[in-house]
Structure formats: structure tokens, C-alpha cells
Design a binder for this molecule. Sequence first.
Ligand SMILES: NC(=O)c1ccc[n+]([C@@H]2O[C@H](COP(=O)([O-])OP(=O)(O)OC[C@H]3O[C@@H](n4cnc5c(N)ncnc54)[C@H](OP(=O)(O)O)[C@@H]3O)[C@@H](O)[C@H]2O)c1
Length: 358
Amino acid sequence: MELCGASALAWRSSILPAFHSSHRPASVCEFRRFRVWCVKTDVNGVSQGNPMTVSITGATGFIGSKLVQRLYEDNHSICVLTRSKVKAESIFPVKDFPGIVIAEEPQWKDCIQGSTGVVNLAGLPISTRWSPEIKKEIKQSRIRVTSKVVDLINNSPSDARPTVLVSATAVGYYGTSETQVFDEQSPSGNDYLAEVCREWEGTALGVDKDVRLALIRIGVVLGKDGGALAKMIPIFMMFAGGPLGSGKQWFSWIHVDDLVNLLYKALLNSSYKGVINGTAPNPVRLAEMCQHLGTVMGRPSWLPVPDLALKAVLGEGATVVLEGQKVIPVRAKELGFSYKYPYIKEALKALLAQKVVA
Ligand SMILES: NC(=O)c1ccc[n+]([C@@H]2O[C@H](COP(=O)([O-])OP(=O)(O)OC[C@H]3O[C@@H](n4cnc5c(N)ncnc54)[C@H](OP(=O)(O)O)[C@@H]3O)[C@@H](O)[C@H]2O)c1
């Protein structure tokens, strides 16, 4: 339900573009003077009417750009924390996103001080060929950005300090298994991705105790225009969409809209703290996922897709898909989080029916 909106948006559009084009980000105070707040309720029936100012690292990525869109539609103030203003401005053009602040690293401090919440999503993509240098950067990029964000939050004056940090991590934390079931209490695995996740989470845990920390252990995020699925679809087209490898591997997935809702709820709701698995409640074995994908795409699913083909597009990052883990979102269920797409078939149907916006 929305109680205001069109008029508020129009008013905002007419006032805020000047801030966007400025060389320095508009200060949070400038923002607050001009905001008009709408009262909305989300899919979980919770009011999203409280105005937030949210700083987001990795905002230009697959998940981050959808989170920005969602928060923007609900009239929250957003600071995009990026390495490249030019890139961010091409993703969030001022004509479509008037009022969004885009900040390169020297300005992150100004954004974080005065934000009500911070979302930390940045990191070098893992779906690449893993040379020793790349492996190092996969880990270091996450630790570097998280450490910077944590320091900036901890060093903010108490009256301008964000009250919540929502920080990404991944189900790779648990390692891989065809037989075990993992929830938030499960121990970490002993492979490379588990090590990355442990250190990434450990860095986020350095945030001061008076700041609520939600660590979202994200599964394979399904979206049509990004992530693993976007890369898999063309291969499925080529190979008629059969199973990958043995097909017995677990695939702990989440529809991107549900993940964005979960991140949003974690910002808003003080009960969302500690580790929360960002996965759908019904993980599937890879053969089942491939079968549904084949059906939804109108392709027969009898010809196995060779591991090599997937590795060619996902690099060693394909291990996330080829050697999975069964992860159950116990905390999200306890918190009463409502999934729009609890089942893979409906999630894939909805995604493949979507038109990709260029
Ligand atoms: N997508 C998934 O299925 C999935 C699953 C589990 C976990 N996750 C985690 O969730 C986070 C967001 O995922 P995503 O799919 O949206 O990622 P993405 O599309 O690859 O975007 C990540 C963002 O991180 C920043 N970045 C890239 N390389 C960097 C580097 N070397 N140093 C610092 N920042 C860098 C970039 O922002 P700027 O260029 O603007 O700085 C980029 O837009 C990632 O940390 C990812 O590991 C994703």
C-alpha cells in the first residue's frame, strides 16, 4: 500500500538533480531537508515508511543494482559507494535516479557518517579463471572493502553513526557435500571458498557492538540478467539442457527478488542480526534444477551439459554450481521472512518470462 508517491517523486525529481551533478556528493543533511516520505508496506506486511539513508558498496553489481532500485522506489536516500563514479553514473543515470549520491572512496566517509544503515556487497566476481593472483584478489577485495567500511562506521561520531551493517557472505562458508544439510549453526568447511567467507565474516565482525550486524550467507542468486543463471542459459540452449555432471550435487538457490527483500528487511528490522542464510527454503539437486530449466525453456533435458562447457564460462567459479551444498534458511524462517519464490520451478518460470532491460 502506498499513501503518497507520485507527487512526492515528482517534487523530488524537480529539486534533487542539481545535487547529483555536483562534484562532491550531496551531504546527508542536504538530502534530509528535501525528502518527502511515503508509507508503504512490503511483501511481508511490514511498514517501510521510516526514511532511511543507506550507503551501499557493490551497489553497481547484479544484486546491488536491484537493491538500489528497490530502496529508491520506496523513497529512501541512497549513497552508492563505488570505485568508479563514471561506471556508477552509467548504471544509475541522473535522469532515472535523480538524487542518488555517487561516491568514490575518498567520499565514502561523508556518506557513511550520517547514513542510518550500510549494505556491504563489494568483491571481485568469483566466476572467473582462478589464477593464484585472482584467488588472492577474490579474498583481499572483500576483506579490504569490508575493513574500510567497518573502520568508517566505528570512527563515526556517535550522533552520525549507522545503526546497522548488512554484510554479504556466501554459502561457500559451509564447504561442499552431497549428503550433509547445513544451517546457520553448522561449522565452516575447509576449502578455499570457506576460508574466504570465514575471513570476510571475521572482518565484518570487527564492527562495534552497538551497531547491529546481519551477515547474509548468500546462495546462488537467480536472475535473468546476472549471476550464474544468465551465464548458464546459453549453454543450456546449446546442449538441450540436460544435467550437469552427476546431477546429484545440491543447488542452494534464491530468486534475486527474495534476496533483495531479505537485505531490505535486514536493514529495517532489529530482529535480523547475526548470520542469516540467504537461500530459498527448498534447495534442489542440480538434476532437478536442470530439468525445470529445460522445461521452462522448452528444451528437452536429456543431453548432459559437459562440466567443461560450464567451466569455460564460469571458470573455477563453476565449482559453486558443480560441487554444491544443501543449505536451509533456518533463521529466515524463524524470523517469519516470507518468500515470493520458495520453489525453483516458479522462480525459473518468473525469471524466464521477464524481459531483460538493456
Ligand atoms: N550473485 C551470487 O549468486 C552470489 C552468491 C553468493 C554471494 N554473493 C556475494 O554477494 C556480493 C554481490 O554479488 P553480485 O553478484 O551482485 O556481485 P557483482 O555483480 O560481481 O558486483 C560486485 C561489485 O563489487 C565491486 N567490485 C568488483 N571487483 C572489486 C574489487 N576488485 N575490489 C573492490 N570492489 C570490487 C564492484 O562495484 P564497483 O565497481 O562499483 O566498486 C561490483 O559492482 C558479492 O560479494 C558476492 O560474492 C553473490
